[in-house]
Design a protein around this ligand. Structure first.
Ligand code: NAD
Length: 375
């Protein structure tokens, strides 16, 4: 069975879907592994290391794609790559299927078994494959590091002979995987941290990390059976904004991570709230790619407002630590492959009664099979 890992570099992606360590594991299973030359150049893994792990490096993308039984990549493929694949092949990547109906149709028409990393169930069994979590956790860390580097203040309290430096204040909006890691990182750096989330169960987790949970009475909020936040009503959003305005105004760093599964992220920090912040403050929006939590933040842009607040709309902050983002992402791919590997036939066995597969398989056997996308 031939596994091919193309380079995602055309899309500005700096992570890779394979490390030399995971490649060695694939070879041990019995896979033949081909990767595009220079695959790990942007994340710190050299061609020599891949070759030592048993990977054949190729430069002819089209022929490698056409011959592969399994293709692993970070981002969704360009549409023509789907049509160029072998019928019956398996494709794993982030697919953004809610926003890519044409791509999903193309996968079905090309008879490719496409797997969306975003849809891997958030269960204990699938934890090792959970690429949303592995990347969100690093993004939360990177958001604090990047903001701290831009802030003209220190984060920890420092008592020096020349006077006392007060700790910086950090406000984290949304305390899921990214938010909790951001809280932990800011606390380790000595900042005073406030956090808010609409899921009441999160309050205890926020407190246990040494942060203060901001109390805002929104009435009924909750979470879906999958653990995701439920969307608020327009009235609840307005109440949340009002409740957060004072905390934003007092904060040196605001990091937003509030997302809704399969839906546009809510706007939580308005222009008026930004106007109320001190010059020199930093705002990072980790939900920028799914619509954004902060008014006026643009994906891929960093700018300073007229009021002196730096807005960071980097769509992939985990890419600033691409070595480790690649390490854990490749481990997610490897866990998926290992789960579906049949040692008897030395091939992938896609058992559609498998709970994990049912959650993440979008197209199979020439049709759209995921219930969220069947039309
Ligand atoms: P996410 O990226 O979808 O959202 C991030 C956070 O934003 C969530 O905590 C959400 O409640 C919050 N949010 C949404 N709207 C908000 C609003 N208006 N104001 C403030 N916060 C808002 O979430 P995630 O980090 O991917 O986690 C989703 C769920 O999955 C969580 O319950 C998490 O604990 C769970 N999870 C479970 C596992 C596992 O069991 N293996 C692994 C990872 C995540």
């Amino acid at each position: 069975m031939l596994c091919y890992i193309p380079a995602d570099s055309h899309s500005g992606e700096v992570r890779a879907a394979l490390t030399p360590a995971t490649a060695a594991g694939f070879v041990k299973l019995g896979l033949t592994v081909q990767a595009h030359a220079g695959l790990g150049a942007a994340s710190g893994y050299s061609d020599t290391e891949y070759q030592a792990a048993g990977v054949t490096l190729v430069s002819q993308h089209a022929s490698a794609l056409a011959g592969a039984d399994v293709v692993l990549r970070v981002r969704k493929p360009p549409p023509h790559d789907v049509s160029a694949m072998k019928r019956g092949a398996v494709h794993l990547s982030f697919l953004d299927p809610f926003n890519e109906p044409d791509l999903v149709t193309r996968f079905a028409e090309a008879s490719i078994s496409s797997v969306s990393l975003e849809l891997i169930p958030r269960t204990t069994l699938a934890q090792k494959m959970d690429a949303l979590s592995s990347q969100a956790s690093l993004a939360g860390y990177a958001a604090v590091i990047q903001s701290a580097a831009r802030l003209r203040r220190a984060l920890p309290m420092m008592m020096t002979p020349a006077g006392t430096i007060m700790p910086a204040r950090v406000f984290i909006i949304g305390a899921g995987v990214a938010g909790l890691q951001a809280i932990a990182t800011a606390r380790r750096l000595g900042a005073r941290v406030d956090a808010f989330d609409t899921r009441p169960v999160v309050e205890e987790q926020v407190r246990s990390l040494g942060a203060k949970f901001v109390k805002i009475d929104l009435g009924g909020t909750g979470q879906t059976s999958g653990g995701y936040a439920q969307a608020l009503t327009p009235d609840q959003i307005v109440r949340q904004q009002a409740g957060m305005a004072r905390v934003c105004a007092q904060s040196d760093i605001v990091i937003t991570t509030a997302k809704l599964f399969g839906r546009r992220s809510p706007t939580l920090v308005t222009q008026t709230m930004l106007n109320g912040m001190q010059p020199g403050s930093i705002v990072v929006d980790l939900a920028v790619e799914s619509g954004g939590n902060v008014e006026g933040i643009v994906p891929g842009e960093e700018r300073v407002t007229a009021g002196g607040v730096t807005l960071i709309g980097h769509p992939c902050l985990e890419g600033t630590i691409s070595y480790h983002a690649t390490q854990v992402l490749a481990a997610n791919f490897a866990a998926w492959i290992a789960h579906f590997w049949d040692p008897g036939t030395r091939a992938l066995r896609l058992d559609t009664s498998d709970e994990i597969l049912r959650g993440c398989l979008v197209t199979h056997g020439g049709a759209i099979v995921h219930p969220l996308f069947v039309r």
